[in-house]
Design a protein around this ligand. Structure first.
Ligand SMILES: C[S@@+](CC[C@H](N)C(=O)[O-])C[C@H]1O[C@@H](n2cnc3c(N)ncnc32)[C@H](O)[C@@H]1O
Length: 842
């Protein structure tokens, strides 16, 4: 981490009140309801419920079963989504143990934590249930409270901080339960090469990377949106893996080096696994995104179907024969889900098969079968009702695809939000503020009208939730109200119209309502196996709504004539032609001609090997022996950072002879450029990639004890360089002392890293001492600071604890002793009772 980046970060932090999570401040102000009662959200959209009831997504069999299921859906869909997280697979078993016991210590294991809410009608309290492991996700945990409450509720402040520190240190990832499912469905091995076609903000990429970083595998993560791709880089940085390549393409146009195309031998593709977590309308995220209830539209679903299909087909081309592609969305709509899967099967001439996912089903994962019948509709009447208003429908179609709702709410990143997320939130905040007054007034009025007895506080068209922040709509439950005919009429009343077949689609709508939206014929149903698709409904596991399908590629599809309306040429021939056009444009450009603007090739995106002179200066200065220098690359010969790139990624890139990949990031940083005249050497060691340099360093490495390490870190936290230096090694070998005085070196702490390996920490000193300041920031960033402040994730010896925590520590000790005594007393009493009983019996 460079001095300037820290400086800028600090500046930014100070400007915002010195709080790293300053985005929350604004939100908190809104959420704390200082100036009145809290906002009440109405989680209701009758049109959406009519549509899904008519689609028959609720229950099977009797009308009663369907109604029960619909009610369960409404009740789940209206309540906030409980938070969940995963302990990273790279964490040591000791850490996992310490983490869970600390979590249980803070939250209690029997619901002893009570949280208090401010509601429009007064205060409410609720006891929290203890955190529960997610049975089908390794090290996955689910909490009994949603993320916003964790963030703003005073009673959970300590737990919130604990989560933040652990996230920053890369030890846990806060991720929705359903979002953890697709990487599991990929059935990954450490040797797998994976393509993640729509990867940002990257929670699934991180999960995949954790698996393949254990072996020789690697991940190519792609996103069409370059700023979101950078967000992904940031998110994955916590894993410090050299096995990640990030690129920026339209998923449906991902380049594929020629050598991986169908060579006639039946082989094709380069990825063992492909994840297509495609952009979608995201109505399964309604529990954390009340905006879904306001903006839901069927036309959006129809419009996005084609992009989803094209991304999946392109992903399949990159997948090896025998490999797996997982297709997923967080939408509940059959046109974004089963219709896409059905068309993949048709279009590839059944070169793929839908597979069951045993890895999930054997571990208590609950889902529903994929649908084989559905209705195709559109929002012909572009108006919709919401809170009694009629608003003009404005489909939110953005250039380059649909903004994913999961991300729009900024739920999956760790507090550092993207601009779109902030904008969306701002927008959401504004929207909600506008409705707040009306809603609260309506709720208050109906509370007043309905308050007939103690505790009866029910707004007119629903009831307030337990914490008073949302209204649970109340529907008429009479069976005739929910019959298929009634639902069809309700859909029509709300501007939704059905096309029984593609022949009924008027000419001007055929582009947005193609044949592929329609359900399969009975013969196709027999052949397709759509029932093996997995539909996750919010009511089944108390999650968001989601859809996942596992597709196994059984033969090459490059020469299959992809069928889409009319017969087209085979994909291989099409690509050849495109490349020829591209090549002639490049030629034209090279000859000084105007040509067309070249979008595909960007020479600035290349990576270059290091100059021999730089290599020899690094080898000499750090005494590097046996280091993987041939895999050290940079963007330019004078780049700020030098990266170590996993060799199989380099081999893959070397096959991209036409330089079609637009690289955003690759590998892990091993060196960082020093400012001129500030240091002895051009590049200093970087902490992120230390595992790929320190073990090979014969010079400028100081082996220290755990205690020395603690002293150094402690002094770093206190931010005084003087202290830092005085607490460094009291005695040392000549080389060590020399290394210290030259400033650029690495500490090796034997046995302190994962599984007994040494831990390394980088230290350098520029002439003005700035390096040390950067180190301090790094320590804070990695959460070491709070570890030392008693998070109990890491345990320095008693003497040191006393020294650091002084009186407080002693108080803590006294409390602990008191507790121990009380416990001993209780035990003694119990024993005495037992003895008395035994005596009486005798
Ligand atoms: C469902 S989100 C992906 C979430 C991600 N897999 C995760 O777990 O964090 C969809 C992503 O697709 C991207 N996207 C939209 N259209 C795309 C396209 N045509 N090609 C590739 N990516 C696209 C969006 O920018 C968005 O980041």
């Amino acid at each position: 981490m460079g001095k300037y980046s820290n400086k800028n970060k600090n500046k930014k932090a100070n400007k915002n009140g010195g709080n790293r999570h300053n985005n929350n401040n604004k939100r908190d102000r809104r959420d704390n309801h200082k100036n009145g009662p809290p906002r009440v959200k109405e989680m209701r959209n009758d049109r959406m419920i009519a549509y899904y009831t008519y689609q028959n997504v609720f229950g099977h069999g009797s009308q009663v079963a369907k109604e029960e299921d619909r009610k369960a859906f409404l009740s789940a869909a209206c309540s906030p989504l409980n938070a969940s997280f995963r302990i990273t697979k790279l964490a040591t078993p000791e850490f996992k143990e310490q983490f869970t016991s600390r979590m249980q210590e803070i939250l209690g294991s029997d619901g002893q934590i009570t949280i208090e809410y401010e509601t429009p009608t007064g205060k409410a309290v609720r006891k929290l249930k203890p955190p529960q492991p997610i049975p089908f996700i390794e090290n996955g945990w689910k909490l009994d409270v949603d993320r916003s409450t964790i963030r703003k509720n005073k009673g959970l402040k300590e737990f919130f901080q604990f989560l933040m520190v652990s996230t920053d240190a890369g030890l846990i990832t806060r991720q929705e339960t359903v979002s953890m499912v697709p990487p599991v469905a990929l059935s990954l091995l450490p040797s797998h090469v994976v393509l993640d076609t729509c990867a940002a903000p990257g929670s699934k990429t991180c999960q995949i990377l954790e698996d393949v970083s254990k072996g020789d595998g690697w991940v190519m993560a792609n996103d069409v949106n370059v700023s979101r791709a950078h967000m992904l880089v940031h998110q994955c940085k916590r894993i410090n893996s050299p096995s990640l390549l990030v690129v920026n393409h339209q998923g449906q146009e991902m380049p594929m080096p020629k050598s991986f195309r169908n060579d006639g031998s039946g082989n094709e593709g380069w990825a063992d696994r492909v994840l297509c977590d495609v952009p979608c309308t995201g109505d399964g995220t309604m529990r954390k995104n009340a905006g879904i209830f306001r903006n839901w539209s069927v036309n959006q679903q129809n419009n996005i179907h084609k992009i989803q299909l094209d991304i999946a087909i392109r992903g399949l081309r990159q997948c090896k024969v025998g490999g797996i592609l997982v297709y997923s969305t967080c939408s509940m709509s059959p046109v974004e889900n089963e219709a896409v899967v059905a068309q993949i099967l048709r279009q590839t001439d059944y070169a793929v098969t839908v597979e069951e996912c045993k890895a999930l089903k054997e571990k208590g994962f609950k889902c529903r079968e994929g649908m084989t019948e559905w209705k195709v509709m559109d929002d012909r009447d572009a108006t919709r009702k919401h809170f009694g208003e009629v608003i003009e429908a404005k489909p939110k179609f953005k250039k380059g695809g649909w903004e994913h709702q999961e991300r729009v709410m900024g739920e999956e990143d760790d507090g550092g939000e993207s601009r779109p997320a902030k904008k969306a939130k701002q927008h959401e905040g504004e929207g909600e503020t506008k409705t707040t007054e009306t809603e609260v007034a309506a709720a208050a009025a109906s509370v007043a009208a309905d308050t007939t007895g103690e505790g009866t506080k029910t707004p007119k068209n629903g009831k307030l939730s337990e914490d008073g922040t949302y209204i649970i709509p109340i529907y008429d439950d009479s069976p005739e109200k929910w019959s298929s005919d009634a639902m069809k009429a309700e859909c029509n009343k709300n501007g939704l119209w059905e096309f029984p077949s593609v022949a009924d689609v008027p000419g001007h709508l055929t582009a947005s309502i193609p044949q592929s939206l329609f359900p399969p014929t009975p013969e196709e149903v027999e052949r397709m196996g759509l029932e093996k698709c997995m539909r996750i409904m919010p009511q089944d596991m108390d999650t968001g709504g989601f859809f996942v399908t596992v597709l196994r590629k059984t033969k090459a599809i490059g020469s299959v004539k992809l069928k889409q309306g009319k017969e087209t040429e085979g994909q291989d021939e099409k690509e050849e032609k495109e490349e020829q056009v591209q090549a002639s444009l490049e030629d034209d450009k090279a000859k000084g001609g105007q040509g067309q603007k070249d979008k595909k090739v960007n020479p600035n995106q290349e990576i270059v090997p290091l100059k021999p002179s730089l290599i020899s200066s690094l080898v000499d200065f750090y005494g590097l022996s046996g280091a993987p220098i041939s895999s050290f690359f940079a963007r330019t010969q004078t780049a700020k950072g030098i990266m170590y790139i996993h060799p199989p990624i380099l081999s893959h890139l070397s096959l991209d002879t036409k330089k079609q990949y637009k690289l955003v990031h690759s590998g892990v940083q091993v060196f960082e450029r020093n400012s001129k005249n500030r240091s002895l050497v051009e590049y200093r060691i970087h902490q992120d990639g230390i595992a790929h340099t320190a073990p090979y360093m014969k010079k400028r490495k100081v082996v220290i004890t755990n205690r020395d390490f603690c002293n150094i870190v402690k002094a770093g936290i206190e931010r005084t360089e003087k202290q830092m230096r005085t607490c460094m090694l009291k005695e040392g070998t000549r080389e060590e002392v020399e290394a210290l005085s030259h400033g650029c070196f690495v500490f090796e702490v034997p046995g302190s890293g994962g599984s007994g390996a040494p831990a390394y920490i980088v230290m350098w000193k520029n002439n003005d001492g700035t390096g040390i300041h950067s180190l301090v920031a790094k320590i804070e960033l990695q959460g070491v600071k709070s570890k030392l402040e008693g998070e109990k994730l890491w345990d320095p010896d008693e003497e040191l604890k006393d020294e650091w925590f002084g009186k407080d520590r002693n108080k803590e000790k006294a409390k602990e002793a008191e507790k121990k005594e009380e416990k001993a007393e209780d035990e003694a009493k119990e024993e005495a009772k037992e003895e008395a009983k035994e005596g009486a019996k005798a």
